[in-house]
Design a protein around this ligand. Structure first.
Ligand code: NAD
Length: 332
């Protein structure tokens, strides 16, 4: 079958070429363009579509896909909010995603971010740049002496809990849907408040829903142990950034590592070199030594990219051939 692979990035090419070598029976046509009304001519002679984009296709794209005989859209992403699932279904188009591509990628990044803060790498770098090699201000803390609160113990939270546990930390979890295997690495608290009480590290791994916007607010932060650090590689909206800055300024928290930021959409993945960000909070966060800002890259490893490409192509073939796949995403 001929598969149109839209929105290709350079870092995806090795995985795409490897998949093509393993599947000589299929032909993958890779294009940088994304799926829009303007790129519909690319569908000619194609039996399946695999895409990766943040911009939504226009509504007429769905009817055009159906007219072209295409019955599926395989997104090589976890989130598919750019697609109109109801409209796709109306036109008989099955949408698939790759929900689990490398929980370990994010979990390792969380661990590295925590160590960056607790072993004071930013302060070491600053002092190095001044050629000040004295120890003052560089004393660290050992994970084996710390209590780590993991909120959300799904694929990523559980993996993060395993890594912290392996290094000797005491792990406390909270999840409205507890899983039995979490008991191997930590203990559940009955409420979110009890999980964070006295924690030295707080890490967020639940989805952002209307019901948990700013769930980590001033009151929750106040429950953390003095000198605690907050790690957010979940979603920016989970954390009240103003409350975080207050807790840092008061000295209650010693640091934060934010891979997600509540107003990140205009910035992350774009080149703002030399331009005014126009966001005083983001500027402040970027300028602080006690905050590590990273542009939503926790997932971004060679393994994750390979799993996304392979999963996306496998789903495209399966859904085009059978009309379904294990990761079909239904409209809400
Ligand atoms: P998952 O669905 O496997 O796990 C989410 C867990 O959160 C579930 O166990 C669920 O029961 C729990 N949960 C739901 N509401 C909760 C609440 N109010 N309090 C505590 N727990 C709650 O998802 P996952 O694959 O582990 O991903 C978790 C989140 O990580 C995603 O929703 C996404 O926002 C984020 N993420 C970030 C990156 C990155 O690069 N920074 C990459 C992928 C995912």
């Amino acid at each position: 079958m001929k598969i149109l692979f839209l929105g290709i990035r350079e870092d995806e090419r090795p995985a795409l070429e490897a998949w093509q070598r393993e599947h000589p029976e299929h032909e993958v046509v890779a294009r940088e363009e994304i799926l829009t009304a303007a790129t519909l001519p690319l569908l000619k002679g194609v039996q399946a579509v695999c895409l990766q984009q943040v911009i939504s296709p226009e509504p007429e794209v769905y009817s055009a896909l159906a007219e072209a005989g295409i019955r599926q859209l395989s997104s090589r992403t976890a989130g598919v909010d750019m697609l109109d699932l109801a409209l796709a279904k109306q036109h008989g188009i099955v949408v698939t995603n790759v929900p689990v591509y490398s929980p370990n990628a994010i979990a390792e990044f969380v661990l590295a971010s925590t160590l960056y803060l607790t072993r004071r790498f930013a302060q070491i770098e600053r002092k190095n740049s001044q050629r000040d090699f004295r120890f003052a201000g560089l004393i660290g803390r050992e994970l084996a002496t710390l209590r780590v609160a993991v909120l959300g113990t799904g694929s990523i939270g559980l993996r993060a809990a395993r890594l912290f546990h392996a290094l000797g930390a005491e792990v406390v979890g909270y999840d409205p849907y507890p899983r039995p295997d979490f008991g191997e690495v930590g203990q559940y608290a009955p409420t979110l408040e009890e999980a964070v009480e006295g924690a030295d590290v707080l890490t967020l791994h639940m989805p952002l829903l209307a019901s948990n916007h700013h769930i980590i607010d001033e009151a929750v932060l106040a429950r953390l142990a003095p000198g605690a650090v907050v790690i957010n590689a979940g979603r920016g909206g989970l954390l009240d950034t103003a409350a975080l800055l207050e807790a840092l300024n008061s000295g209650h928290l010693s640091g934060a590592a934010l891979d997600t930021y509540e107003n990140e959409a205009p910035y992350y993945r774009y080149d703002w070199t030399g331009k005014d960000l126009g966001d005083a909070v983001l500027e402040e966060l970027l300028g602080r030594e006690d905050v590590l800002m990273t542009p939503h890259v926790a997932f971004y490893t060679d393994t994750a990219v390979q799993n996304l490409v392979t999963g996306g192509l496998d789903n495209a073939v399966l859904a085009a051939e059978t009309g379904t796949a294990p990761t079909v995403v239904e409209p809400a």
